[in-house]
Design a binder for this molecule. Structure first.
Ligand code: UDP
Ligand code: MG
Length: 323
């Protein structure tokens, strides 16, 4: 069975079309499936709509998070709830084409792959600034983490083995698309064209994207910390040169000049120190957040979900998957 995990945040106009499109296509292809919608604390009617769909079709399961935990947490809630032998993670706005789900499934069926990665053939309609930023971001991340993430997306199929491996990860601050590559396994790529968003607006503002980028980088590499060491070494070399220079001038009895140097040095060193403290502080705050061991998400309610251990027995009872 294939589980399709769909994180949804304020998608009241998208859940129905997405569920309908997926059900129709998967039925046509004779694929045994389950849709797992994760309502990520929507403020609109998303949950009501999901409840209605779930009531009509038992193959549509829904998990309701207690508040907006972010897309990452929603994906992990979906992974925990999914009962299929493999799962595809896709967006609720049909930007990830349903046909590609079938393609991924067939690649998986052909055997010998555990992860089928959806790679953006082109990035669709995005503004120039966003394109540059994401290019730079992935370049840095590729270099720092050693994972090839060009055109990477959250749209991918995972085998049960991989899902279990991800569910066993103890970390709380996750970066799904890198983490699912980091676990390894045999991977194949499938290219897809990013479609236009169906209804509504993107749920990510510039601010939240910057936060997401920072979070992702720091959860995958400590390179910024090494940058601090690099700055330290550089400043030390400069100070050696300047130190010799100052001493020579002192011996020649001309030590009163050089205020410009003093001011410049003060400005440069203090800003580098502040910047470095910021980086260290950021990592420290991440450690602080991790060490609290809070759950990644809290489930308020769930529909059409059976307990994992009796995946094949339908006792018709929903069991709370909290934890
Ligand atoms: N999403 C979510 N929680 C959030 C933000 C987004 O579950 O806090 C979901 C959203 O409902 C959608 C997917 O993540 O299904 C991708 O979001 P969106 O389309 O807004 O992002 P974009 O395509 O612009 O990158
Ligand atoms: Mg989208």
């Amino acid at each position: 069975m294939l589980s399709v995990i769909i994180p949804s945040f304020n998608e009241e106009n998208n859940v129905e079309p997405t569920a309908a499109a997926l059900s129709k296509l998967l039925d046509q292809n004779n694929i045994d499936f389950q849709l797992v919608f994760v309502n990520d604390g929507s403020k609109d009617k998303t949950w009501e709509k999901l409840a209605r769909i779930a009531q009509m079709d038992k193959r549509v399961a829904a998990v309701d998070l207690s508040r907006n935990f972010g897309k990452e947490a929603a994906i992990f809630a979906g992974l925990q709830a999914a009962q299929g032998d493999c799962a595809v993670i896709m967006d609720c706005d049909l930007q990830h084409p349903p046909e590609t789900v079938v393609e991924m499934y067939n690649v998986w069926l052909d055997g010998d792959v555990d992860v089928v990665e959806g790679v953006k053939a082109d990035r669709g309609k995005e503004n120039f600034f966003y394109k540059c930023f994401s290019k730079l971001f992935y370049k840095l991340l590729n270099k720092a983490s050693g994972l090839d993430m060009n055109g990477a997306s959250d749209f991918r199929l995972l085998d049960r083995k991989v899902i279990d491996a991800l569910n066993d990860m103890p970390e709380r601050l996750t970066f799904f698309r890198a983490l699912s590559s980091w676990v390894g396994y045999r991977t194949k790529k499938v290219y897809f064209k990013v479609a236009q968003r169906q209804n509504g607006k993107s749920k990510f503002s510039v601010g939240s994207l910057v936060k997401y980028a920072l979070n992702s980088v720091t959860s995958f590499t400590s390179a910024p910390m090494q940058l601090v060491t690099g700055c330290g070494i550089l400043l030390f070399l400069v100070s050696l040169v300047l130190g010799v220079h100052t001493l020579v001038r002192y011996c020649m009895g001309r030590s009163l000049e050089g205020f410009t140097t003093v001011i410049l040095l003060l400005l440069i060193t203090s800003s580098v120190i502040m910047f470095s403290l910021g980086i260290i502080g950021y990592y420290l705050s991440k450690i602080y957040e991790e060490i609290k061991r809070r759950p990644r998400f809290i489930i308020r309610d769930s529909l059409n979900l059976k307990h994992k251990d009796d995946r094949n027995i339908s006792n018709g009872k929903d069991i709370d998957l909290n934890g």
